[in-house]
Design a protein around this ligand. Sequence first.
Ligand SMILES: [Zn+2]
Length: 186
Amino acid sequence: MNTTKETTCPCCGEGSLRTLKRDYIANIGEGQKLHVPNIEMEVCDKCGEEILSLESARAVDAAIADHTERLTPNELRELREQFGVDQTEMSEALGLGGKTFHRWEKGTQYPSRSMGYYLRLLREFPEAFEWLRSRRWKGRNRHVTREQSPEAEMQQRFPALAQNRVRLTTAMTDRCNYAMVLLVVQ
Ligand SMILES: [Zn+2]
């Protein structure tokens, strides 16, 4: 009876599990899947449930971390502390669910590959974080009218320009995205 119990699928309770090695298809977020080759697993012959040993699960996790160039929980915490916000504020700024950043720092969930790129971009260009956090594009939509010249629009968005407190240099174009827009004013 013990043998039967061990091989019965815990998911459907009907099929039997058999051990085999094949590609494990991991869901890595944003509709993307990663094929991890040669993973040992138990598969139910009825419902198809795949059961991975701890060792196999670790191998899959390592493959995903490598493929997604995953940021570590420590890196994520340092990134957030760089901006001086708590986990909830960080989630909100990024447009994520309130607990998401908390889960990333705990290591129970991970940012996707594209989110990892985006977070690295913010780390490199911290001034963009304030722009993001204050949803500066909304202000732009509210205030810009068709009659405005690009110069007037830029002066409204960046009052420092109108007051000649900021000098535009080509070096700025290397520093951040909207510096490209600032070129319009020159
Ligand atoms: Zn089953």
